[in-house]
Design a protein around this ligand. Structure first.
Ligand code: AMP
Ligand code: MG
Length: 291
């Protein structure tokens, strides 16, 4: 199946009217089995590696992949599997945690701005400035800790953040940084199952954080925040992909397809050698052969 076809049903380019409940976390897009998906992923990873080499050699475009999800939706595993075939030198991954004191002393985009991928690279944000309209929206009391002048924090604060994020993403796009955003949509039931296995299996214990179970109690508020975020920030230039995440093998395949689709849209090619460079290469060869 072509990457473009596989990813299309899950891409949101215009958020108006988007409803989260229209996406089934358990959907597997007509893929019959895990084995079939894994075979397709292996092929996809090879294709991605070829495209990434051209991206790097051409050194013009950059690709920024943004991952957001509830805990245990599979962000880390997806990043690991999808990027497994890519040259580590061509890839930059950044995880954004609870902001530090230094980060809180700046505007909310500051810490991510420093991490935007260079030309020729694929950059990955494991969480991002979108936390500012998700976890902070569910906990608006945290806005206080951001030290923004009180007169600037009004009821419009979320709308304003959406507006600023859209403007920033348009700016990046206009500068050759293509953006693809992923919401890994896991069901509440599947999250419970994964939390329990993190508690039961000692080698998974480290992944569990007591706070995660507490956040889970506010599931509906999170879903509302996600839906509103997608409605406001899904754009043609920086689309959201709302990806069913109850089956990890399907999530990984669709993310890989979206990355391939984005790279294929860049018209990538190895730089051509011109006449002057060809002469230089011939001269270098003559020197080597004369040794
Ligand atoms: P994890 O990715 O599971 O290691 O957890 C990182 C934690 O940092 C999550 O609970 C996020 O919600 C939290 N976090 C990330 N960015 C922000 C932010 N801008 N403000 C508050 N919490 C954040
Ligand atoms: Mg966590």
């Amino acid at each position: 199946m072509k990457a473009a076809e596989l990813v299309k049903p899950f891409r949101v380019k215009d958020g108006k009217g988007f409803r989260l409940k229209d996406v089934d976390p358990d959907d597997t897009g007509g893929i019959a089995s895990k084995e079939e998906a894994q075979a397709a992923l292996r092929e996809g990873v090879e294709l991605m590696a070829e495209l990434q080499q051209k991206l790097y050699a051409q050194n013009q475009w950059a690709l920024l992949l943004i991952f957001q999800a509830m805990d245990a939706a599979g962000k880390d595993g997806t990043i690991k599997h999808v990027m497994s075939g890519v040259d580590p030198q061509g890839c930059q991954v950044f995880s954004f945690k609870v902001p530090s004191a230094e980060e809180l002393d700046h505007d909310f985009l500051w810490r991510t701005m420093k991490c935007v991928p260079e030309r020729g690279r694929i950059g990955i944000f494991n969480r991002s400035y979108y936390e500012e309209v998700l976890v902070v929206r569910v906990h608006p009391e945290w806005l206080g800790g951001q030290k923004i002048p009180a007169s600037l924090v009004t009821k419009d604060v979320w709308e304003e953040r959406f507006e600023d994020i859209n403007a920033y993403e348009r700016y990046l796009t206009r500068n050759g940084v293509a953006i693809r955003k992923f919401f890994l949509h896991v069901s509440r039931k599947e999250q419970k199952k994964r939390f329990l296995s993190r508690l039961e299996e000692p080698e998974k214990n480290w992944k569990f954080c007591a706070g995660d179970a507490k956040e889970r109690q506010r599931w509906d508020e999170y879903m509302e925040a996600y839906e509103d975020m997608i409605r406001h920030t899904a754009t043609k230039h920086a689309p959201w992909h709302v990806i069913p995440a109850d089956n990890k093998w399907f999530t990984r395949l669709v993310v890989a397809a979206a990355v391939i689709d984005a790279l294929e849209g860049m018209d990538l090619a190895f730089p051509k050698v011109d006449e002057a460079q060809r002469k230089e290469l011939a001269a270098a060869r003559a020197i080597l052969e004369a040794e």
